[in-house]
Design a protein around this ligand. Structure first.
Ligand SMILES: Nc1ncnc2c1ncn2[C@@H]1O[C@H](COP(=O)(O)OP(=O)(O)O)[C@@H](O)[C@H]1O
Ligand SMILES: [Mg+2]
Length: 237
């Protein structure tokens, strides 16, 4: 579904990614864990074509991202749902308008758009909130709206950047549960970036640890959490 090979990205002297590799298989939930500042968001931005890496290959559903023209990139992005770190809703827009935002370039009748908005909101249990603005929502509700927005075009791949960060533990659990339901409804594969061990335990089919700009270790939660390597163990304490 998605493949990164030897991805490198520096900012001046700051070498963030030093040859990162990963592969997302169809239908799986792949978790990438890394400390704050380890380059997780940089990696995702490169993936989405929002940031230019220094070198490396990125393939998404058979297409080489770095070779694509803008229209092809737009086409590809439609197949990928993206939950931004911290929800990133537009404060001045209602929930409905936030959800319609990814549809603005879609050539489809308003009726069809309304249907997608309703469907997406229903899948996160928030139909009642459709005319509210983000200020009127709790943190958990905002995250659910962001999730609805990420899946509005029924993506094949969903990328979550820190889906539970900033939420209390109970709300975080609800969001994780919802991510699992979403995956069942849409049959999507997920790439989940997090440093939340509880989130990883529940959702990861497979995990990758991003350390020093590299894919340092890969395996199931059980395998990695029982590793004797100190740098791996540090994540699970
Ligand atoms: N646009 C940028 N310009 C310069 N440095 C950046 C930029 N974006 C990220 N960085 C640096 O790259 C490193 C990784 O950042 P980031 O990917 O956001 O970390 P995280 O793993 O917490 O998501 C940090 O040291 C950050 O300061
Ligand atoms: Mg980040």
């Amino acid at each position: 579904m998605l493949e990164i090979h030897d991805l490198k990205k520096s900012f001046g002297e700051n070498k963030v990614l030093k040859g990162f590799d990963m592969q997302l298989k169809e239908g799986e939930n792949l978790v990438i864990m890394g400390k704050s500042g380890s380059g997780k968001s940089v990696m995702i931005k490169c993936l989405m074509g929002l940031m230019q890496p220094d070198s490396g290959d990125i393939r998404i559903m058979g297409k080489t991202v770095l070779e694509l023209e803008q229209t092809e990139l737009d086409q590809l992005r439609k197949k990928i749902g993206f939950l931004f770190q911290g929800s990133a809703l537009y404060d001045s827009m209602t929930v409905r308008e936030n959800l319609e935002f990814p549809l603005r370039k879609q050539n489809m009748p308003q009726k069809e758009k309304d249907k997608l908005v309703f469907q997406a909101l229903e899948s996160v249990g928030l139909l009642d909130a459709i005319e509210l603005v983000p200020n009127e929502l709790s943190g958990g509700m905002k995250r659910r709206v962001a999730l609805a927005r990420a899946v509005i075009l029924h993506p094949k791949i969903i990328i979550y950047d820190e889906p539970t960060t900033g939420l209390d533990p109970i709300t975080a659990k609800e969001i994780i549960q919802l991510m699992r339901e979403i995956q069942e409804i849409y049959g999507s594969s997920a790439l989940i970036i997090t440093h939340d061990v509880d989130c990883s335990r529940v959702i990861a089919d497979r995990m990758i640890l991003l350390i020093d700009g590299l894919n340092y270790a890969e395996g199931s939660f059980k395998e990695l959490s029982s590793s004797t390597d100190e740098r791996i163990q540090a994540f699970f304490k």
